[in-house]
Design a protein around this ligand. Structure first.
Ligand code: ATP
Length: 357
């Protein structure tokens, strides 16, 4: 059963069309992440699900009930906001308990739920503090605690980690993932951060300009993007795109380099294409190239160490590409070496439509 069903949803702000006919179903217990660049409409979509924005057209069902015109409090949702939205004059315990007390829960039940949430989030020792006495990470835990004490059908998160520093974001990401596993609740999470989306999601819904470009399991989108936008949005460093012409079973780059055409590609001989190669599928040449791999001589242009890996810039086919190599493989710019490109995992794009072919 799906806990959330969105049908042909549109949102206009005056003349501006922010959400353009979204259809989406979120099965019970799934962690769905809405991701996309700034302005793509993900927050608008989430706020329309929550009832904080009114749909211009289409419908929203939560738990099998049409709530398109229901008030937020009547939608069986709990929401965590980017700016925490805590009550400054209430201590942590009362902040977490607020929604339960407003719904007239008996005090022993409130105590029990607050204690459990506080324990899960590691904030049991902070219950008497006020929000001004907490760090950003602690405030966000309180905001999450306030949401999870509720028996909502749907838990909505609007960029909950973007006010935190990088280290804390990593820690909180793990906690949110653990929380989802323990609670088994249906969650819809908005972020602009593709790494957050990849690591948290059961399913990613990738938006651009108010429409869904592609949705699916994170690895599906990573390995089988349907178009250039999806291919370029997911992955770090980003996918390399190199101009080429299909020649029989190969793609010829501008400098004459011939790479094997990926088997799954339907590109026709003579067709001008873009070849998409992930930095992770380039390796320093081993004893012999595996089937479907292309061996190419290169000169290292730039080296960016990141610790165990190194991002290496090198010329290929008249452009510069980035390879993600093991740190000990390459030491300095100017080095001449050979790389193996795993063309079985490369994609071929029609530059006119930007679709993978
Ligand atoms: P971000 O990551 O920057 O928050 P987003 O994907 O969440 O981006 P939305 O906040 O959903 O984007 O906004 C989508 C589009 O709708 C944007 O172009 C924005 O300027 C516009 N928009 C949002 N709210 C309003 C409003 N109240 N009035 C007019 N336009 C709005």
């Amino acid at each position: 059963m799906s806990d959330l069903k969105i049908t042909n949803l549109h949102k206009h702000y005056g003349a501006f069309h922010a959400v353009k006919g979204i259809n989406l179903e979120v099965p019970s217990g799934e962690f769905t992440v809405l991701v996309g660049p700034s302005g793509c409409g993900k927050s608008t979509l989430l706020r329309t699900i929550a009832g904080l924005e009114e749909a211009s057209e289409g419908s929203v069902e939560i738990g099998g009930r049409d709530v398109t015109y229901a008030r937020p409090r009547d939608r069986d949702i709990a929401m965590v906001f980017q700016n925490y939205a805590l009550y400054p004059y209430l201590n942590v315990k009362d902040n977490i308990a607020f929604g339960l007390r407003a719904r007239k829960f008996a005090e022993p039940e409130v105590e029990k739920r607050v204690a459990r949430a506080a324990e899960m989030l590691g904030i049991g020792h902070l219950l008497q503090r006020f929000p001004r006495e907490l760090s950003g990470g602690q405030r966000q835990r309180v905001a999450i605690g306030r949401a999870i004490v509720r028996d909502a059908i749907l838990y909505l998160f609007d960029e909950p980690l973007s006010n935190l520093d990088a280290q804390l974001r990593d820690d909180m990401r793990v906690e949110i993932k653990r929380l989802h596993r323990e609670l088994g609740r249906t969650m819809v999470y908005v972020t602009h951060d593709q790494i957050e989306a990849m690591t948290l999601a059961d399913r990613i819904v990738l938006l651009r300009d108010g429409i869904i470009e592609q949705q699916g399991a994170p690895l599906d989108l990573f390995e089988r993007p349907e178009n250039r936008f999806v291919a370029g949005f997911l992955g770090s460093p980003k996918m390399n795109f190199v101009k080429a012409t299909v020649k029989g079973k190969t793609v010829a780059l501008a400098d004459g380099t011939a790479l094997p055409l990926p088997q799954q590609s339907k590109a026709k001989s003579g067709q001008a294409v873009l070849v998409g190669i992930r930095p992770q599928y380039i390796a320093l040449a081993g004893p012999r190239a595996a089937a479907g791999h292309a061996r190419v001589p290169v000169v290292i242009e730039l080296v960016q160490p990141t610790g165990s890996r190194v991002h290496v810039t090198l010329p290929l086919g008249g452009t510069s590409i980035v390879a993600d190599l093991a740190a000990h493989d390459v030491s300095k710019p100017g080095e001449k070496t050979h790389i193996d490109i795993d063309m079985t995992r490369a994609i071929v794009i029609d530059p006119a439509t930007e679709r993978v072919i």
